[in-house]
Every structure is written in C-alpha cells, then in structure tokens.
Write a protein that binds this ligand. Structure first.
Ligand SMILES: Cc1ncc(COP(=O)(O)O)c(C=O)c1O
Length: 374
C-alpha cells in the first residue's frame, strides 16, 4: 500500500509512538492530576512534559499557556470564541478550512459578529486585500498558514506584523504547517496557534491544542471539572487549568510527547525539506501526464498537490487509485472556500499529501499508475 493522505491524518507514526501508547495504558494511565497516587501523578507529569516539549518546538516560553483539546477543530472553535466580542468584525482568508469558516459563519448568522474574506497571494496582495476590508470594529484576523488542499501558504509573518501594528488579534491555523514550519512564537505577534496532533506532528487522533501566546485569561468556552479548586463554582483563573475541563486524552498526549521527540531529532526543517522534494518530484511527473490539471502553486511550501482530470471526476480517480492500493483523498477536503480560490469548485480535486515516511519509489510508482489512467 502507498499512503498519500497525510494531510487528513499521517500514517504510519514513528514506531516509538506506538510503544509509548501501550506503555502509558499499562503503566501510568491514571486520571491526570486528580488523585495522590502514582498513576494519577505520572499521567499529569507526562501531560506537562508534552506541554513543555510543544512550547520548545514552537519557540514559546509559557508551556502553561498551552491548552489541550481533542482536535484542531475544537482548538480553533475555542480560540475563536474566547477572543470574539459581540459586535466585532473578523477577517478570514480565502483558504480557510470549515473548522474556521463554519464557526465564524454561525457566529455571524447568530448576529454576534460580521466577517469578511481576504485574498491569499503574495505579501503585498494579502496586505492590500486586508487594507481594503479592515473596519473600525475589526478585532481579529484568522490565517490558515498552509492550505490543506494545495501548496498555497499565507505570509504569516507579514500578517502578524500587520496585526501587531494595528492592535488586532491573530489566530493561526497551523494544522498543515505544524511539524514542517519552524515557528518562533515568543515574538508575541500571533495571539493563538491551533493544531492537531495527528497530522504533521505524527501523534494520534483525539488530541489537538491551542498555544495561547497572549496568555489569555478571559472568557472560557467549556467549563467542568479539572482536579483543582473543586469547591469553586467557577473555573480556575490560572493556566492551564482555566481552559482544560474534563479528563484529558492521556494516551494520546503521551503519543504526542514521543512524536515531538521524533520531530526534534529529525528537525522540522529536514521534514519540510523532504516533503517538498517529494512534492516537486510528484508535481513534475504529473505535469507530463495527459489531461491532468494541477491546481494552485506547487512551488510554495508544503507537501500537497491537488489535481483534476479533463474527462474524469476526482472521485473516479480517487477510486482508481484506491483500487491500485494508493490512498489519496478526492472531493472538497472540508475547504469549499479554498476550492473556489484555486478554481476547482466544481467537484473538488484529487489530493496527494506527502509525509516524512514516503519515498521517491512510491512517487514514481503512483505516477506510473496514474499515467495508465484514461
Ligand atoms: C487547515 C486545517 N484546519 C483544520 C483542520 C481540522 O483538523 P481536525 O480534523 O483535527 O479537527 C484541518 C484538517 O484537515 C485542516 O487541514
């Protein structure tokens, strides 16, 4: 089998990740931080270790300001809702995932906020578009750093400088860039970064996180038990407890803790570089196959190529590849906005998304199979 669906969820994981999950379930899977016994204390320690490693990976000095969630969607919903005030105007990009578009749309439908969509493109085009849309009540920008359907990226540092200069909050959706982009969040220009564990960080499903770079201490979105200040009806005011209610996914966070070790050992630069080389090889080969159209700019960073066929729907190609033991995704990939932007709004695209464990031989084999499709 050839697995080219890493943007949906990465596969396989580093072998140490599988062993740590089973070690956790076997040795230290108490309810983290709830009790005085060893299993509970060890579980809490592992979770804190993961917080510290993530903080280090993202160049951020406040591990306590990292909130664990269940995926990127929960992280983005929580980050958005904690920072949005009634009557404010929000700017989102034209490559946002439904994890941003849907909560923003719902908040607007409920009459709480208004929003506009800025254009992706070069640094100048993005800032020009934002400048045209900004209003006196604009308080927040959201940026999907690396698109999940093609190798389009947003100039995150430029947007962050702009947000800081205009006193705006900036939420970065780092779902596809995490693990391949070297973030340095201590500059304080990004207010919150959200990501899942199960994609480019090589953790497993069921864990996501928010890095609250503004060390948020405002509104909570989810309330409940956490093991501290249990006598109090209100959530604790201190971090990380304020934003984490209910039992955490300890085995999933233990997996992420080990996965981050793997990423640090290889380095995000090296992983990003390898994915880019594989992506370029695939895109180059694809370009010479008859009737194939590649969407977006394959030269930008990221390991994703989206394409279509002149005569066949993306779903037909997806099925053909699946029948040949090649795993890709076809359709809209939860990003109707981005498909409109790249011109694949009619039926979506076939998406090949590469990961660290893919090889040149797999790329060549997939190209050869694709070239026989007509
Ligand atoms: C850019 C982007 N944002 C958000 C998400 C949502 O991630 P999750 O499914 O972990 O909630 C995805 C998942 O594909 C994504 O690619």
């Amino acid at each position: 089998m050839i697995y080219f669906d890493n943007a949906a969820t990465s596969f396989p994981k580093p072998s140490a990740v599988y062993s740590e999950i089973s070690r956790c379930l076997d040795k230290y899977c108490g309810n983290p931080g709830r009790s005085d016994h060893k299993l509970s204390i060890d579980a809490a320690r592992k979770i804190y270790s993961c917080r510290e490693k993530l903080a280090d990976l993202y160049g951020f000095s406040h591990p306590e300001a990292i909130t664990f969630t269940y995926n990127a969607t929960y992280a983005l919903n929580m980050a958005l809702k904690a920072r949005i005030k009634k009557g404010c105007h929000v700017l989102i990009s034209d490559i946002e995932h439904n994890a941003v578009l849907r909560p923003i749309h719902k908040l607007a439908e409920d009459g709480l906020i208004s929003y506009s969509i800025y254009k992706s493109g070069s640094k100048e085009e993005v800032i020009d578009s934002i400048n045209k849309l900004i209003r006196p009540n604009t308080s927040l920008i959201v940026a999907n750093h690396y698109s999940n359907i093609t190798s389009i990226t947003l100039p995150i540092d430029t947007i962050a400088d702009y947000a800081a200069a205009h006193g705006l909050k900036l939420i970065c959706d780092a779902s596809q860039s995490s693990g391949v982009y070297p973030y340095r969040l201590d500059t304080g220009k990004i207010s919150a970064l959200c990501a899942p564990a199960h994609k480019g960080l090589y953790g497993i499903q069921g864990v996501g996180f928010i890095i609250n770079c503004d060390t948020l201490s405002g509104n909570t979105v989810i309330e409940g038990g956490g093991g501290t200040n249990s006598h109090d009806k209100a959530m604790p005011t201190f971090l990380p407890d304020r934003y984490e209610a209910g039992t955490a996914n300890t085995p999933g966070i233990a997996a992420l803790d080990t996965a981050v070790d793997f990423i640090k050992r290889i380095t995000v630069e090296e992983i990003g570089h390898k994915e880019n080389l594989l992506k370029n090889r695939f895109a180059e080969g694809l370009g010479s196959i008859k009737n194939i159209r590649i969407y977006g700019n394959v030269l930008e960073s990221g390991g994703i190529v989206s394409f279509g066929h002149r005569y066949h729907a993306p779903s037909e190609i997806g099925r053909y590849l699946a029948d040949n033991n090649i795993c890709v995704r076809s359709g809209y990939h939860c990003s109707p906005l981005a498909h409109k932007t790249i011109g694949s709004g009619d039926g979506g695209s076939v998406r090949v998304s590469l990961g660290y464990f893919n090889t040149k031989a797999e790329i060549d084999k997939a190209l050869s199979i694709l070239s026989r499709y007509n």
